[in-house]
Design a protein around this ligand. Structure first.
Ligand SMILES: [Zn+2]
Length: 456
């Protein structure tokens, strides 16, 4: 069975085979660690986690890098606002990012390069670009000269003029061409800076990924992935830098881009700022349901994100875990990933098809009355779900909804909200919360110390 992936560089499905089957290389653009990430930023890591799992089943070795951008003007601004060192901000949000990714069941990357650990690589790459006539220094800056690279625009497939108009690039007197982008910029003493041939300064964002990818994965990588919003200018600039620094060698053989999340739901659009923060969603919902929801549409399509989608995902998982609970006394046969799942995933990661297959297997298992068949179907169901990183906990753990404490904050939040609603004489809201908690098996008790809750 061959793996077909939509190579966005060529705008077509292509059969994937690595340049070196002994080591498949994949790079995913990671977060800039200055704040909590949006749920939309979790789609790529979840989708490409499924891809990495698939590649690991097919090849002996996969090297997967996902970077941390820990030098950036947004980080500088966040540090300045709190009057703390940059590292206070980057350490905090790196740790939160890792924990949130783990909560979503995402395997950590093999390599997690930090931009600030690669300043010598970045400087060396910029020097090569200058020597080759693709970059120039001006007023403490170094800029990439876009008209030195005839293929510029190959990924976004727009003319230079269109790209510049769309991106509203900064016009600056030191630029030879308005489309030229920054590789290095000067730092004043209040900003993080490193010594360089062009004075104390810091790297631009795009060059970080080119340098880190080269340092860990080599000059040509098999797959470069990221959100479609990064196609221009970030990925276009990565291609220009890496190709020109490597004498014209192909940078990434396959470019995979995931689509964006839409927040069209009437309720969510009003307060999208709060309800879309991954960290907060993880506190309020079972993380596995968020993972399921992110895989429910094909990765290249936009995904309509809503409370209803999360609720539907919880219900679907309730049904799947309910099936596993019913099969509790059945000894599963040897776990294997069914061919139907591999076929769906090999068809450009068709996760909606794979989820339909999982539902189908669960339905068959529920209807089956033959012991041997039930054992086989249980193994198939667990195998199928593992390919998507689902059904990785016991039914008891799922139905306890985090009785280990992970759900307590959400429940306490609802209890507190109900107390506030009652004191505001909003009895309709207070009753609605009591009913919701009762449906989840949470009992409320009035005590002299206030309202206590316990699981039924
Ligand atoms: Zn990047």
């Amino acid at each position: 069975m061959s793996l077909h992936l939509y190579n966005n560089l060529h705008r077509r499905l292509e059969a994937f085979s690595p340049a070196d089957a002994a080591n498949v290389t994949v790079y995913l653009c990671g977060p800039t660690v200055y704040n909590y990430v949006h749920i939309g930023n979790a789609r790529g890591p979840v989708v490409f986690d499924v891809l990495i799992k698939l590649l690991r089943r097919r090849y002996a070795k996969v090297t997967y890098a996902r970077n941390i951008t820990d030098v950036d003007d947004k980080i500088n601004a966040a540090a300045k606002a709190l009057d703390v060192p940059i590292s206070t901000i980057t350490d905090k949000y790196t740790a939160i990012y890792r924990a949130d990714m783990a909560a979503l069941g995402i395997q950590p990357p093999d390599i997690e390069p930090h931009a600030t650990d690669h300043i010598p690589h970045i400087i060396a790459m910029i020097e090569r670009l200058i020597a080759a006539g693709h970059a120039y220094a001006a007023e403490g800056h170094v800029l990439f000269a876009v008209d030195s690279y005839a293929e510029y625009g190959q990924l976004s497939r727009r003319s230079l003029d269109e790209m510049i108009a769309g991106a509203r690039v900064e016009v600056a007197p030191y630029k030879r061409h308005p489309g030229d982008f920054v590789l290095w910029k000067p730092s004043t003493p209040d900003l993080p800076g490193w010594d360089s041939p062009w004075g104390i300064g810091r790297p631009g964002w795009h060059i970080e990924c080119s340098a880190m990818s080269e340092a860990h994965l080599g000059e040509t990588i098999d797959i470069h992935a990221g959100g479609v919003d990064l196609q221009f200018p970030h990925h276009e600039n990565e291609i220009a830098q890496s190709t020109c620094a490597h004498g014209g060698k192909v940078f990434a053989r396959f470019w995979l881009h995931n689509g964006m999340l839409n927040f069209g739901g009437s309720k969510m659009s009003k307060s999208v700022g709060n309800v879309s923060i991954l960290h907060e969603l993880l506190e309020r919902h079972p993380p596995e349901a968020l993972r399921y929801a992110l895989l429910s549409a094909h990765y290249r399509q936009p995904l309509d994100w809503s409370d209803a989608l999360i609720e539907q995902s919880v219900k679907t998982l309730d049904r799947l875990y309910g099936t596993l609970r019913d099969l509790g006394d059945v000894e599963a046969g040897t776990m294997a990933i069914p061919e139907s799942i591999e076929m769906a995933l090999c068809d450009d990661l068709n996760t909606p098809q794979a989820l339909a297959e999982i539902a189908n297997l669960a339905g068959q298992a529920r209807r089956s009355e033959h012991a041997a068949e039930r054992a086989h179907l249980k193994a198939q169901l667990l195998g199928a779900a593992s390919a998507l990183g689902l059904l990785q906990q016991t039914p008891e753990a799922w139905f306890a909804k985090g009785a280990d404490g992970s759900d307590d904050a959400r429940i306490q939040g609802l209890v507190d909200e109900r107390v506030a609603a009652k004191s505001n004489r909003d009895f309709a809201r207070a009753d609605a919360i009591r009913k919701q908690l009762a449906d989840e098996g949470i009992l409320l008790e009035d005590t002299p110390q206030g309202v206590r809750w316990k699981r039924a």
